[in-house]
Design a protein around this ligand. Structure first.
Ligand SMILES: [Zn+2]
Length: 368
């Protein structure tokens, strides 16, 4: 019995040893299998990440990076240059494009610069000449003049003037630098700026307009639906209250440099109008939705159609409709999206924000 017990124990030990050896053998094999699985998984993880990045970037065209539209014009077959940088290396703001024809005639799109408006003063305009004769604070206006509706009568001389809103713009210091960079680009490329094209009347798209206009004497181009957001001679107090003051809420008031906004819009355009520089002819596109007067510039050139779209697109086709001043319109924007799909599918969209992208990748619905 004792012997049998002993044998059983020895047998058990031997079997256990054999079992362990077998298990160890399998363990090594399993270990190898798990390692292979791990490598395969790692491969898929990396691959999936790369794929997800590709999906994320699917709207982007080739090697173009944000703020580098000059690279776009270098690397794509188009008949014009897009200048965004001075030789000093300074770049102009992302939303601004300088389109240059081969004879150096050029269009500046959206001379950017955040700005702010003050409207605690009025301007008195000579009704015969239409010229502003005095900027006056509202307090002094009421002291020195008899005010009746849009008219102010001088208490002493009896002279009558039309009262217009007086408003000023302001720009943060980076806008000063932005303007100086625009100037540098114009000077070093000896550009003849023919048009200053304002894609729409939101404050962050034309803050450098005064200085650029003064420097170039180019024509300021806009769609009539947004003109009231810019042109002082066309503004009413209602506009100020209903539109401008609401826009102000998004711009910090205290850090801004003030300047007088006196720019007039010289050329009103609508869908299908053309702007010509050198031998290039750009077609104006009315793209309402983001604002009612949103316009773009379109050209079919070198087999690569290009659309400068302003804020009608925010990077890959989503725009913002609920702008603080309430200037957006969803139905109009959906119409614009339907229209945009009728342009050639390989049209490159150079919008005011982000990387150039292909029009067929645009998402045809608005973002609230
Ligand atoms: Zn805008």
């Amino acid at each position: 019995m004792e012997q049998q017990k002993c044998c059983s124990i020895l047998l058990f030990i031997a079997n256990s040893y054999r079992m362990l050896t077998v298990l160890n053998k399998y363990y090594n094999k399993l270990n190898k299998i798990f390692k292979v699985i791990l490598v395969i998984n790692l491969f898929f993880i990396v691959n999936n990440f790369a794929l997800s990045q590709m999906v994320r970037n699917q709207g982007a065209i080739g090697d173009v990076r944000p703020n580098q539209s000059d690279i776009y014009s270098e690397n794509h077959n188009i008949d014009f240059k897009i200048l965004k940088k001075a030789s000093s290396g300074k770049s102009i703001h992302n939303s601004t494009y300088i389109i240059v024809a081969d004879n150096n005639e050029a269009i500046i799109v959206d001379p950017y610069g955040d700005y702010n408006i003050v409207f605690n003063a009025k301007q008195l305009v000579d009704p015969n000449t239409g010229k502003c004769v005095r900027i006056i604070s509202i307090d002094d206006l009421n002291k020195e003049y008899v005010v009746s509706g849009d008219w102010a009568t001088d208490k002493k001389s009896g002279e009558r003037f039309i009262i217009y809103v007086y408003y000023t713009t302001s720009s943060p210091y980076n806008s000063v630098e932005n303007f100086e960079t625009i100037k540098e680009i114009i000077d070093e490329n000896k550009l003849d700026i023919r048009y200053i094209f304002i894609t729409h009347g939101h404050l962050d798209h034309f803050g450098d307009l005064n200085e650029v206009k003064e420097m170039t004497n180019a024509e300021v181009v806009m769609h009539i639906a947004d003109v009231r957001l810019i042109d002082g001679s066309r503004l009413t107090d209602d506009d100020i209250d209903a539109v401008i003051s609401k826009q102000l809420s998004v711009y910090p008031k205290d850090t801004y440099r003030f300047q007088e906004l006196k720019t007039e819009v010289n050329k009103l355009v609508t869908h299908g109008d053309t702007l010509t520089i050198g031998n290039l002819s750009f077609t104006v596109q009315h793209l309402p939705g983001h604002s009612m007067g949103s316009i773009g510039l379109y050209i079919e050139t070198g087999g690569n159609p290009v659309l400068f779209s302003g804020d009608a697109f925010f990077n890959n086709g989503l725009t913002k409709l609920k702008y603080v001043d309430g200037s957006g319109d969803k139905d109009e924007y959906e119409n614009t999206m339907r229209y945009i799909k009728t342009l050639p599918s390989n049209t490159a969209v150079l919008s005011a924000t982000g990387t150039p992208f292909n029009i067929e990748k645009t998402v045809g619905y608005p973002k609230d």
